[in-house]
Design a protein around this ligand. Structure first.
Ligand SMILES: [Zn+2]
Length: 288
């Protein structure tokens, strides 16, 4: 019998979709899967990193904080004052997993941050700008909130995922082919990227501790209010503060929280030590 091949119908292996559309579909799937893996890895990294022992966190923190300590001021009474104020914000029974170590940095950019290992970095410009202890306490309380929530560690974990993924993809590497440029950046204050949820939680934590400490929240929002008004004295405020929730938004949020909790907002102001803006708190000219 003679074999007569059947005629293959036209377009049997051709999809009805346009090839470009197919390509877009494929690309979209790859991107979506990559983002999904990236997000999952981020969560896994966060989960792992907050489980490191305090000893390991200390070692990592000591290493990462070094570049920020270039202009550290030591032997200055202001350090002790900030340390005491910071610790006084902890409620009875509350502890930090590591002792907090305040570093005073000679820098005219208004800034404060807490990093892995409990290193608290306070720029001299912040001390020259705050007008009451209440507002300084809120800034410090906010940073303490980040530490208690393991935010610096989580940020580091995410940076490491980003680093790993980007090195696999070959982006962000240094020209010499050595370590990616991103590594030293992880310790920079400006690179502590927190989500809005983390920022809000740190705000609420700090505000709560300030209210518990002073018995009211009055005057603690003054710094952010001046920031929101764009006062000239606050021109040199760091990107870090600027990338925090917009000042007016956070003021509204915190006022709403005070109303919800029934916290008093109009009470006496607690003054700062008179010479907080001066080296070693020795009388000096008023900073501009
Ligand atoms: Zn923050």
């Amino acid at each position: 019998m003679k074999y007569i091949p059947k005629k293959i119908p036209e377009g049997i292996n051709v999809t009805s979709r346009h090839p470009l559309l197919n390509f877009a579909y494929l690309l979209g799937t790859v991107v979506a899967v990559s983002i999904f893996i990236f997000v999952v890895l981020g969560f896994v990294a966060e989960w792992l990193v907050i489980r490191v022992s305090p000893e390991t966190e200390t070692q990592i923190g000591d290493m990462l904080v070094q570049p920020a300590l270039d202009k550290e001021i030591t032997d200055d009474k202001r350090i002790q004052y900030i340390e005491e104020l910071l610790n006084s914000l902890l409620i009875p029974g509350e502890t930090t997993r590591l002792p907090l170590q305040v570093h005073l940095i000679n820098n005219d950019v208004i800034n404060a941050a807490i990093t892995v290992g409990g290193h608290v970095l306070v720029h001299t410009a912040l001390l020259e700008t705050v007008k009451s202890e209440n507002e300084l306490a809120l800034v410090l309380g906010h940073e303490l909130g980040h530490f208690q929530a393991h935010d610096p560690l989580k940020s580091l974990g995410r940076s490491l995922v980003f680093l790993t993924v980007s090195s696999i993809l070959g982006v962000g590497m240094s020209q010499s082919g050595g370590l990616p440029k991103i590594i030293p950046l992880t310790s920079e204050l400006t690179n502590l990227n927190y989500s809005r949820i983390q920022e809000r939680a740190a705000d609420i934590y700090g505000f709560n501790r300030v209210v518990k400490h002073y018995g009211h929240g009055g005057h603690s929002l003054d710094f952010f209010e001046r920031l929101a008004k764009g006062e000239s004295k606050l021109q040199k405020v760091s990107q870090y503060f600027l990338t925090h929730p917009l000042s007016q938004d956070r003021i509204n949020d915190l006022n709403a929280e005070a109303a919800k909790q029934g916290w008093k907002m109009e009470e006496e102001v607690t003054p700062l030590p008179q010479w907080l803006h001066c080296s070693n708190m020795k009388p000096c000219e008023q900073a501009e």
